[in-house]
Design a protein around this ligand. Structure first.
Ligand code: NAP
Ligand code: NAG
Ligand code: NAG
Ligand code: NAG
Length: 316
């Protein structure tokens, strides 16, 4: 018994708090991103994160290499390899299906997600976008509603434990709420220091979503694809704040979100960065530092690194 305890503690050095996003479904506040990784990089980064004790992974049908191979295949391979030490109920996995698909295609695409991951269910399934994901997106309320019905069906069938949206603003969400028998558990949108909590670029209606009981999740928390790619990692503001707590700039940027109970999914394949990004729960930013970070208006970029707003409300 003592030996067993010692082993499990030394194997997983991380304790990552969770929030309940649906009945009995607990999402860890820190996960690992995988956007733009090919399946080899996704495999290596997932394997290293699992060994460190990561409990949350984010992927999507759309995360593919140029030759069309889903990065979920690499993630699935790492999960399979670690399944003795990291059984299925020890981790949380989010995937997405493309926006704008009809009922049949939505169900079929998620079946491909599961096959690629080698799993019979995920923990959270999101519709990736309020419209189709073509270069010129096509949007319609009817399509959003049809797709939501498909997500509810997948939930009932046990192919996911919770369902939600991504890139939605209030008007998109209202279309869903009109017909939903199960409300979206989560809306995943771009969110990081520099966007404030209700600045002009944050049209994601965060406060309204939260008032509806829809959890807000931030993507690109380090502003990875933004023009100022390292401002939230090595920039002066976050670095100076970090010195007070013996933390890095990246840890300050991430802590600002988790201290608001917003789950983050920073992406890195570097094991020491992975460890750093999960060590956010042994310090607390002061009210003044939280305020400084909330007031920051740089990097002023949103919408997947473009200049658009975070809720993508410009799309009908
Ligand atoms: N729903 C959506 O449409 C959507 C859109 C965008 C993103 N996402 C999700 O959100 C995840 C994260 O967003 P993102 O990939 O755009 O970028 P991000 O996590 O904001 O930033 C990633 C960049 O930060 C660097 N980094 C991470 N931790 C670091 C550390 N501790 N120290 C120094 N550098 C560090 C990484 O480089 P190194 O590898 O060198 O560490 C990488 O270049 C995605 O991977 C994806 O899963 C979802
Ligand atoms: C659903 O979409 C697919 C792919 O776009 C299409 O082939 C199929 O005919 C559509 N099904 C229905 C019932 O509209
Ligand atoms: C500062 O943080 C580093 C990295 O986590 C750690 O090794 C070091 O012991 C810390 N220093 C103090 C004074 O806490
Ligand atoms: C990039 O960072 C600099 C220095 O913090 C800032 O003045 C500038 O506005 C930023 N650019 C963008 C696009 O956010």
């Amino acid at each position: 018994m003592i030996l067993f305890l010692f082993f499990s503690i030394s194997f997983s050095q991380l304790i990552i708090p969770t929030i309940e996003i649906a009945d009995g479904v607990n999402m860890p506040l820190v996960g690992l991103g995988s956007w733009l990784y090919d399946s080899d990089t996704a495999y290596a980064s997932t394997l290293s994160a699992l060994k460190l004790g990561y409990t949350h992974f984010d992927t999507a049908y759309d995360y593919r290499s140029e030759d069309g191979v889903a990065n979920s295949i690499g993630i699935g391979k790492a999960l399979e390899e670690m399944k003795e030490k990291r059984p299925r109920d020890s981790y949380f996995i989010t995937t997405k299906i493309e926006g704008g698909l009809n009922f049949t295609r939505t169900v079929a695409e998620h079946m491909e997600n599961l096959k690629d991951l080698g799993l019979n269910h995920v923990d959270l399934l999101l519709t990736h976008f309020p419209c189709t994901m073509e270069a010129t997106p096509v949007c319609s309320k009817a399509c959003r509603q049809d797709q939501w019905r498909a997500l509810e069906t997948l939930l009932m069938q046990g192919a996911t434990r919770a369902i939600g949206t991504s890139h939605f603003c209030k008007k998109h969400m209202q279309d869903i709420l009109e017909i939903a028998t199960v409300k979206p558990a989560v809306n995943q949108v771009e969110y990081h220091v520099g966007m404030g909590s209700s600045g002009p670029l944050a049209d994601d209606d965060k406060d309204w979503m939260q008032s509806q009981g829809i959890h807000f999740q931030g993507f690109s928390p380090l502003c990875g694809p933004c023009a100022n790619g390292t401002e939230l990692i090595t920039g002066k503001m976050v670095t100076d704040i970090g010195k007070k707590y013996n933390k890095t700039g990246a840890q300050v940027s991430l802590r600002w979100q988790v201290q608001q109970n917003i789950p983050v999914i920073p992406k890195t394949s570097n094991p020491s960065h992975q460890l750093q990004n999960a060590q956010l729960f042994d310090f607390e930013l002061s009210d003044d530092d939280m305020e400084t970070l909330t007031m920051a208006r740089s990097p002023a970029a949103a919408g997947g690194g473009g200049t658009g707003p975070s809720g993508d409300c410009q799309f009908d």
